[in-house]
Design a binder for this molecule. Structure first.
Ligand code: GDP
Length: 368
């Protein structure tokens, strides 16, 4: 093998961009054999780093799955369900079964009805054109439901390879590391299979029966708020602790600001309550609609933060989404990466949501 390809996964090596596939530190080029940092980590630390690519590259990478016989494990983030679901996945998997692993369930309030939630997930997946063989709810971080994930993979896999796919930040590395730990004999050194020049970016982790777990890079979706805001703001937006629903009794012509990242105007409708499910790190400010523009101009980057004043420049400008909530509809106003606002009223409402351009905003059946 030549020195310009990784001896682990076959990707072309490069020394300039740390977060891009194929990165190897200069100093490591002298080692024999030369492997990329990602393979090095898997081999030595059991730590799959998240390499990110965009949807087009990812779908190209997936292009070959349909002609294989494999199980596809699609990991999604419950907090950003519609934002982290890979649209178009069905076309690429062919007749291979898809196991939908819904991670981060620890973020939902304890009172959640898990059966109802499972049905909700199944319904949403169907509505998004994804046929799933099974759904497993779990929390990689809190170690909830993980045995079920392993069992279901074993059941559905038979003697096939397992492709693991997901958007960035859904907890894919956390889960893959758990899978590696579960499937491999840790006393034996993990080796990364050698498929020089094939399956760009994907990491093959050999299983004992000669099959592999194939960990694909995380996909970056610019339609998720978490991908378009500065890194410093991310901490406030990504919840660490279970969501604490915040209920607001609103009259029409009142506004809620979510830091300076999004704005929710209750434009028309009877007095009713709305419940925000967002990270506790994100301050919510309430004001009158008529004062909202002025308040924003005067306080963005300061009282209305994140983002900070400096961070504001890198965030795309807001676009307005007008949504009509039907009477008796039990709906969530969902903003990808921010969370959702449950409309509790029975009489319907007209709302305007402002969010950075390109971020997915939609109405959906209430999740809880
Ligand atoms: P990847 O980018 O998909 O590989 O995701 P990572 O495994 O790096 O996880 C992304 C972020 O989500 C990290 O901050 C993790 O700590 C967090 N995370 C992963 N699993 C869970 C989970 O089950 N619950 C919660 N609350 N956070 C999680």
């Amino acid at each position: 093998m030549t020195k310009n390809r990784c001896a682990g996964c076959g990707i072309a090596l490069q020394t300039s961009e740390k977060d891009r596939p194929g990165f190897v530190p200069e100093g490591a080029l002298a080692r024999e054999p030369v492997i990329c940092q990602r393979c090095f980590r898997i081999k030595n630390y059991n730590d799959a780093s998240s390499v990110a690519i965009d949807q087009d590259d990812f779908l190209r990478l997936l292009g070959g799955i349909a002609s294989t016989s494999s199980l596809v494990v699609h990991i999604v983030d419950l907090f950003d369900f519609e934002g982290s679901l890979i649209s178009g996945l069905q076309r690429f998997v062919g007749s291979n079964p898809v196991l939908l692993v819904v991670n981060k369930i620890d973020l939902l309030p304890r009172v959640t009805n898990w059966n109802r939630l499972r049905n909700w997930v199944q319904k949403q997946a169907r509505a998004n054109g994804l046929k799933v063989a099974d759904v497993v709810l779990c929390s990689a971080r809190r170690n909830i439901g993980f045995d079920r994930v392993v069992e279901t993979i074993a059941e559905l896999r038979g003697d096939r390879d397992v492709y693991v796919v997901g958007a960035t930040n859904v907890g894919k590395s956390t889960l893959v590391n758990r899978l590696i730990a579960d499937y491999s004999d840790l006393h034996r050194e993990l080796t990364v299979s050698r498929y020089p020049g094939t399956t760009l970016d994907a990491v093959h982790i050999p299983l004992e029966d000669g099959r592999s777990i194939i960990d694909t890079p995380g996909i970056v979706y610019k339609s998720r708020l978490s991908e378009v805001i500065p890194r410093e703001s991310l901490q406030a937006v990504l919840p660490e602790k279970p969501l604490k629903p915040m209920t607001y009794q609103l009259n029409a012509k009142q506004t809620l600001f979510f830091g300076g990242l999004a704005r929710f105007d209750f434009v028309e409708g009877d007095h009713q309550s709305f419940t925000a499910y967002v990270s506790q790190g994100l301050p919510i400010h309430r004001t009158k609609l008529e004062k909202a523009d002025e308040l924003y101009e005067a306080h963005k980057g300061e009282m209305l933060s994140p983002p900070s004043r400096e961070g504001l420049e890198s965030v795309p400008p807001w676009t307005r989404h007008t949504l009509r909530i039907q009477p008796n509809s039990d709906a969530d106003v969902f903003v990808s990466g921010l969370g959702w606002i449950r409309a509790n009223g029975k009489s319907g409402a007209l709302v305007d949501v402002y969010a950075p351009k390109g971020v997915k905003v939609l109405l959906r059946e209430a999740i809880v």
